[in-house]
Ligand binder design. Sequence first.
Ligand SMILES: O=C(O)CCC(=O)C(=O)O
Ligand SMILES: [Mn+2]
Length: 401
Amino acid sequence: MTRYHVTQTDSRRQASYVIMAKMAASMVESGEDAFRKIFKFYKRRNPPPDFSDVIDFSRGVPSAKVISAKLDLAAVSDTEAARVGLQSVRDWRAFSLQGYPGFIFISNPFLLGSQPFWVRQCLKTYPQKPNVCNLDMHMSPSDTQDIWGKSIHGLSGPPSGKRESKTLLERLRWVTLGYHYNWDTKTYSANHYTPFPDELHWLSFQITAACGFPGFNAEAGILNYYRSDSCLGIHVDESELDHSRPLLSFSFGQSAIFLLGGTCRQDPPTAMYMHSGDVMVMSGQSRLLYHAVPRIIPAPQGHTALEMEGCSLASPLQDSTVLEQMSEQDWAVCSRYIQSSRVNVTVRQVLGPGQSFPETPSQHHRTDAGQTDEYHEGSVDGERPKRKRSSSCDSIDIGET
Ligand SMILES: O=C(O)CCC(=O)C(=O)O
Ligand SMILES: [Mn+2]
């Protein structure tokens, strides 16, 4: 008969295995990876962090890591660019980052006076049905029918300070366009699709063409609405089925610190500012990198182009433009909103040419920090259906902190 017994050495070894396993578990529990440490560093309020390592592309080539990016000047004519509110590609200040092939940062390529149009689309048009937003999660369709109309009274004029309830617009956290992202399954599907806005498709089409990706088809959009205390958790966008297509990101309003990491959370991320009008293109090897927004910061003086631009364009509107002139009242609401908020729009091509959704649910999805959902917080206004949260993700979600 074989007897199994634990020797002194075995038990010591076992004990050390237990200690090691506990250490590993606590590492996972506390999420002490390089990305998370840096995320927490930039999120910290007291004392505020040192921002001196944050790359500011609006200052030209500000660090040894920043390289001027070559664009395809012939891909987009000046007329095509102006039609969607962009400067001539020749005048764009585009950069890449050493160590991040495929990452392109375009420092505000918008024509003077055209950002307000895009801000209004994000605040007035895109939250409208049939698009989907966080407020739909716990409100009836008739209540979320006219978010703009129901909010403008509360958002016109200077802040009163004593208004007790937030407007719907102030409670808006996300909107999805095109193939509507399913936050639970982390997938897109053929049967939850509404037409993608034409003008946003064309804006994305021109920018990606100039970056060397002709024929981009904008199929899904996620708009994130950030208050001054919001942040966005560490994640990878991998739900799209064709990763050879770039992902575009547009920022409007207040500035943000954006962290771009590596393919694993041990890779320390690079911190950069995103100011109003800035555009990012994540393609190639940078398409599937971890990233996050730990902090919203006030737009620096001189970057508040939006405040100065007002509601009129610097040059007259062309016949074929997608831009529309804006009323004084619309601009009053938009400018009041973005004085304390940031809106980010990501545009994605979900399917490759000729590709269709698989019969069985896709395995491709957004990888969130700690393998749990940390993208948005679900505590108020039904931002997200409340989901399992690992202890490693105290507050790295969109939401009040
Ligand atoms: O707000 C941002 O700059 C990033 C947004 C983002 O990463 C996303 O929506 O997937
Ligand atoms: Mn993302």
